[in-house]
Design a protein around this ligand. Structure first.
Ligand SMILES: C[S@@+](CC[C@H](N)C(=O)[O-])C[C@H]1O[C@@H](n2cnc3c(N)ncnc32)[C@H](O)[C@@H]1O
Length: 239
């Protein structure tokens, strides 16, 4: 997915509920890190990283988008997050171990093209944690019965409405979508593509990466993960 200037500008503004959750995310991750360092894959505009910095946690972030990282840099304490530019598909090629937590939040793992790329990412991430470290994945819990086409409202804030038009291929688990952004400046289309993994598939990928599930919640308030959960926070430790 191309996080250019326009997408980066919309990222923080479009989903205020996502921004409001950053403190809860940082609380969970800081607890898991227990004084150790955190690596965030796809650090973006620093939504979570800066909330961690506020709690005194040392954070390194990897990202490929100059536009997203520029926004992080321009925020208060933006200079306190160490950012490495590059592809997090192989994070071990970019940063040195160990970290107490490697975090990939907000379904960002699904931005890697296919199962091979996602498995490689988890496998390399597993080499970056210490003996008591964890890899934490937050992702939406795919509804495998979802329609092959849909249109929904995904954002509505400050004079801007974002509609999401989606095509879903259940065979490849690829979702092609367009965000249709409507505001005072007019209407524009922002394309995206994700390849999702189901929850059991993710557990198997983690197992192949030498990890095992320690905990799974239905969100960042550690609520139970149930059939009704639309996402999961999965904590993997060394097997
Ligand atoms: C959905 S945003 C999440 C940002 C942040 N983690 C958060 O939760 O707000 C995904 C981020 O991952 C980055 N990204 C996606 N694929 C990447 C890749 N293969 N390598 C490095 N960064 C990538 C994008 O540039 C973007 O900043």
């Amino acid at each position: 997915m191309d996080y250019d200037d326009r997408r980066a500008a919309a990222y923080d503004a479009d989903r205020p509920e996502r921004a409001a959750e950053a403190g809860a995310v940082a609380g969970v991750i800081a607890d898991l890190a227990a004084g150790g360092a955190v690596l965030e894959l796809g650090v973006g505009t620093g939504r979570i990283a800066l909330a961690l910095v506020e709690r005194g946690v040392a954070v390194t972030g990897i990202d490929a988008s100059e536009a997203m990282v520029a926004r992080l840099r321009n925020k208060p304490s933006g200079d306190k997050v160490r950012v490495v530019m590059g592809d997090f598909g192989d994070p071990a090629a970019l940063v040195d171990a160990p970290f107490a937590v490697v975090l990939v939040a907000a379904s960002t793992l699904f931005e890697l093209d296919d199962q091979d790329a996602q498995l490689q990412c988890l496998t390399r991430a597993a080499t970056l944690i210490g003996p008591d470290g964890v890899v934490v994945v937050e992702a939406f819990a795919p509804d495998v019965t979802r329609a092959d086409q849909s249109l929904s409202v995904t954002g509505s804030a400050d004079g801007r409405v974002t509609l999401r038009a989606v095509r879903h291929d259940p065979m490849t688990q690829v979702v092609h979508g367009h965000d249709v952004v409507v505001d005072d400046a007019g209407t524009r289309l922002v394309p995206y593509r994700i390849r999702y993994a189901t929850v059991p598939e993710l557990d198997l990928m983690a197992r192949l990466a030498g990890l095992r599930l320690r905990a799974r919640w239905g969100g960042w308030h550690r609520q139970p993960f149930t059939l009704a959960s639309d996402r999961h926070v999965s904590v993997y430790e060394r097997a």
